[in-house]
Design a protein around this ligand. Structure first.
Ligand code: NZQ
Ligand code: ZN
Length: 390
């Protein structure tokens, strides 16, 4: 296993269909004024909002509501939330929703006591708040599985005016203090969003897995998580109320992106870089933007990481190697991935998301490139991959 690294994750997890019962005790650790961030109303329709508000009231908290945190949250909405938090002198932020609300809550928590421009400093310059700055604590009640935001420092914001979406991974001060993961809360997630979340999880694992050539425990963990996800995704798409499948998916999502399986790895993340730019232009669900470019992308870089792609084929997809070249084995693995994506009904082209050939120069321009896992992509490479994804 290569590298020297630190592993530290301060987020306390409560998991299971009764996990909301832990909220009351947790809230005792924080001040009286709670900023309750939530999205466009799903939590009101499915009754989770009422359950949470009842607990907050029972604890004697003052609730400051900030509704309407949209999917792929915008910079304008971030600025609005910072102002609400400042005006109401909030002590604690409770994020009630999916990855978007959780990401957004981190942006607010980092910014309330920050003197400069959060967008410029945190997101464009990729800096963290000063070490001595006060940061509001966050708790997360997760209603959708996918991003891993519940146990990481990631926060992705879209500057809608400039059609630019960018994420910053904050240091551990911005990780949620606790996260409540009730798989039953995900039952009402629309099918499209559930499938997008499933592919987001798969992509997070592959982004970390497809890098380096050494024998690394992290890769074995990744393979196990992928195998579990493949099985559970099939079951959950067939029956969204399958608790076993939904609970496995939720737990896999958290471990796919809480930094563990990236340890000792250089990692890739180019699918996400391209996907974020597609998202800024199409507003498609995050996981769909990743699905639409993944097959062309992996075919494009396969030769650079051939042994890993051949291993992926055999250990994750049970491809038989006898009588085949490494290229054939690796290619079969990518085909198996594609077959699974078709089976669960994921988009395989960016056209399905509303992207057009004319948008490709702008999507390329909005894609951050760097020396990634097995490819050192240039903007010309990104353009080629996008063309193959049309
Ligand atoms: O807004 P509401 O009405 O709540 O509806 C949401 C939203 O429309 C709905 N939803 C969520 N839970 C539901 C539900 N509807 C019914 N029942 C429920 N239980 O689903 C829609 C999507 O929610 P959203 O939070 O946007 O999805 P997701 O969790 O996929 O988050 C996407 C955002 O996370 C970022 C993405 O870029 C995107 O902005 N990411 C964050 C990462 C991180 N923190 O590490 C990493 C990821 O790669 C990703 O970039
Ligand atoms: Zn993602």
């Amino acid at each position: 296993m290569n590298g020297n690294f630190e592993y530290y994750n301060p987020t306390k997890l409560f998991f299971g269909d009764e996990s909301l019962s832990f909220l009351k005790d947790e809230l005792q650790n924080y001040g009286p004024v709670v900023l309750l961030n939530y999205g466009g109303g799903s939590v009101k329709r499915n009754g989770i909002y009422n359950q949470v508000v009842a607990i907050l009231r029972d604890c004697g908290k003052t609730i400051v509501e900030n509704a309407g945190v949209m999917s792929n949250p915008t910079l304008d909405k971030l600025r609005e939330g910072i102002q609400i938090a400042r005006d109401n002198k909030v002590d604690f932020i409770l994020s009630l929703g999916g990855g978007s609300v959780c990401d957004y809550s981190k942006g607010v928590a980092a910014s309330v006591f920050f003197d400069g421009d959060p967008w410029q400093t945190f997101y464009l310059n990729q800096q963290d708040p000063p070490k001595d700055q006060k940061i509001l604590p966050i708790g997360c009640i997760l209603t959708m599985a996918g991003t891993g935001s519940e146990m990481n420092g990631g926060s992705v914001i879209t500057d809608a005016a400039n059609t630019f979406k960018v994420g910053h991974v904050f240091d551990s001060r911005l990780m949620p203090k606790f996260a409540i993961l009730n798989p039953k809360f995900t039952y009402t997630v629309p099918l499209d969003q559930m499938k997008a979340g499933i592919f987001d999880i798969m992509s997070h694992i592959m982004e970390q897995y497809f890098s380096d050539e050494d024998d690394n425990t992290s890769d074995y963990l990744s393979e196990g998580l992928m195998r579990s996800l493949i099985v559970s995704a099939r079951k959950a798409v067939g029956n969204p109320q399958d608790y076993e499948a939904r609970s496995n998916i939720m737990w896999t999502a958290t471990w796919a992106l809480n930094t563990l399986i990236g340890k000792g790895k250089t990692q890739d993340w180019m699918v996400h870089m391209i996907g974020h730019s597609i998202g800024a232009w199409t507003h498609a669900p995050h996981g769909y933007t990743l699905a639409a470019v993944s097959i062309p992308y992996y075919k494009y870089i396969m030769q650079g990481g051939l042994p890993k792609f051949a291993r992926f084929a055999q250990t994750v997809w049970d491809v038989r190697p006898e009588g085949k070249t490494p290229e054939q084995i690796a290619a079969e693995g990518i085909e198996a991935l594609k077959g699974w994506m078709q089976e669960i009904g994921l988009p395989l082209t960016i056209s399905e998301l509303g992207a057009t050939e004319e948008m490709i120069p702008a999507i390329t321009k909005g894609t951050i490139t760097y020396k990634a896992g097995y490819g050192d992509l240039t903007p010309e490479d990104v353009t080629a991959i996008l063309r193959q994804s049309l």
